[in-house]
Design a protein around this ligand. Structure first.
Ligand code: ZN
Length: 490
């Protein structure tokens, strides 16, 4: 074990650091959602954080295999492995099949991610589709002597593990210290120690999602799926394992222990944890009454919101903080982000509005901004610092637009790279109104409609020309007659 397990990685332009066990391929595994409810802010942050990481690595020339799982079985309500299965509970409450619940919220999650411009992972495995791999893994851990069978369930033996390795390495915990602060087990439990966690749970008769196994008809423990699926798709050792800070303990700690037993090593070169999101300084939670789904943000339909916030505003807002810092959502902060994003996207368009004079000279400040963006993204994906350099470049661009300074054609190359490559392709910040070329279609249709209106006016057919104007107004398009012809705007 090395201290790598405690520290966060510092990305670097030196490709040696990412020399992967799979040559030329960076393996990234991120714990995806447990699909039993509407996607919310808690889903947006890891979605966006690891999306930017993948985009940045690909921009730098790495091949990335990005695996993000869907948890559709085995995530229980209490401490992840006690109580009712979250998906089964939702299915019971809504009289649905558990897989219907999983499907509904997987689709909702995909749709929310698409709106946030989060690219899909390379592989999106489901826990329920990897039961055989998980049973094999339980058997391996049993065979190596780090698990025990109790009433048809199989538990990981943290005492045995801690005696040989160190349980708590990732989260900086110590089994002895933690023990004092933990409630003793009530007599009901099959576990030998409160820290032991389920690898396989025997299903109660009313439990719907269950599979046959050598130990009982049951289902896998939640922590198991990520160990099984990461090995299957990324190999015994892979580069980066990501997820929310709340998953560090117990989920990732348990994964690390499982890997250490089955693979003979932790299996992960760097652990990366994104921090949490708060709302007006409070943790977000259904019980606290401040739970806001992503769709409610996009439509403004929640009493905590003054207005709707576009997916890009949410994305931009999240990137304004470093992924390891907390982010506090408030209406004021989101409105400021909305303004900042607008200014940035205006600058992206304005590159064309500037006359760049010929010549070799490069503006020294702009070069500093360009290097700063690279260095900060390479330094542990520091998006807020990268954005501050981009805004400094925007300031220079605006000065050039106002003829306060002169930029040269070499500067244009830097501005194009920053504003038209890194902003949309790496940070994923795009103009939502021009999404997927719809703008050019609208433009073509408008040319046609205004042509028809012009012909109507030429024939003094005021009824038709006014009808066109009024109907366009109904869909939010203003038509203005000027001395040069017709202008339209949204
Ligand atoms: Zn996981």
């Amino acid at each position: 074990m090395t201290k790598d397990y405690y520290i966060y990685n510092t990305l670097t332009r030196n490709k040696e650091l990412f020399k992967s066990v799979n040559p030329g391929m960076v393996g990234l595994y991120v714990c995806g959602p447990t699909v039993y409810g509407e996607p919310h802010l808690g889903h947006a942050r890891p979605g966006i954080t690891y999306d930017v990481l993948v985009r940045w690595l690909r921009y730098l020339g790495y091949k990335v295999r990005y695996v993000r799982n869907i948890t559709d079985v085995g995530h229980l309500e209490h401490d992840a492995d006690e109580g009712e299965d979250k998906i089964t509970k939702k299915a019971r409450l809504e009289s649905l099949e558990p897989m219907e619940v999983a499907q509904t919220y997987t689709l909702a999650y995909h749709e929310a991610m698409r709106k946030l411009n989060v690219a899909p992972p390379s592989i999106e495995p489901r826990a329920s589709g990897h039961i055989i791999e998980q049973i094999q893994l339980v058997q391996t851990i049993l065979d190596k002597g780090f698990a025990y069978i109790s009433n048809g369930s199989v538990y990981f033996d943290t005492q045995a593990y801690d005696a040989k390795f160190h349980y708590g390495l990732l989260s900086g915990r110590n089994l002895d210290d933690t023990r004092e602060n933990t409630r003793e087990l009530d007599g009901q439990s099959d576990k030998r120690s409160p820290f032991d966690f389920a690898l396989w749970k025997k299903a109660s008769p009313e439990h719907i999602m269950k599979w046959p196994s050598p130990w009982s008809e049951g289902f896998p423990g939640w922590h198991l799926e990520c160990s099984a699926m990461s090995e299957k798709y990324l190999g015994e050792v892979f580069d980066i394992h990501g997820g929310g800070m709340d998953l560090c303990f117990p989920h990732h700690e348990c994964e690390l222990a499982q890997n250490t037993v089955s693979r003979g090593q932790g299996g992960v070169r760097y652990w990366m944890h994104n921090n949490m999101i708060t709302i007006n300084g409070q943790k977000m939670g259904k019980s606290l009454g401040n739970f806001i789904t992503l769709n409610e943000f996009f439509t403004g339909s929640n009493p905590h919101l003054d207005q709707a916030y576009s997916p890009m505003t949410i994305r931009f807002f999240i990137l304004q903080a470093h992924y390891r810092s907390t982010v506090d959502f408030s209406n004021d902060a989101l409105k400021a982000a909305e303004k900042g994003l607008k200014r940035l996207l205006q600058a992206v368009r304005d590159v064309d509005a500037i006359t760049f004079s010929s010549g070799e000279g490069v503006n020294a400040e702009l070069k500093k901004d360009y290097d700063g963006v690279f260095d900060s993204l390479c330094d542990d994906l520091n998006t807020p610092v990268a954005l501050s350099f981009i805004y400094d470049a925007v300031r220079l661009l605006n000065q050039a637009k106002d003829h306060q300074i002169t930029l040269h054609s070499a500067d244009r190359i830097l501005l194009d790279e920053l504003l038209r490559k890194i902003v949309p392709d790496v940070l994923g910040l795009v103009d939502e109104s021009t999404e997927s070329g719809s703008e050019s279609i609208v433009g073509g249709l408008m040319d046609m409609i205004l042509e028809i209106r012009k012909e109507a006016k030429a024939k003094k057919d005021w009824t038709t020309s006014d009808l066109i104007r009024d109907r366009l107004k109904d869909v939010g398009i203003q038509v203005k007659d000027t001395k040069d012809g017709v202008e339209w705007s949204r």
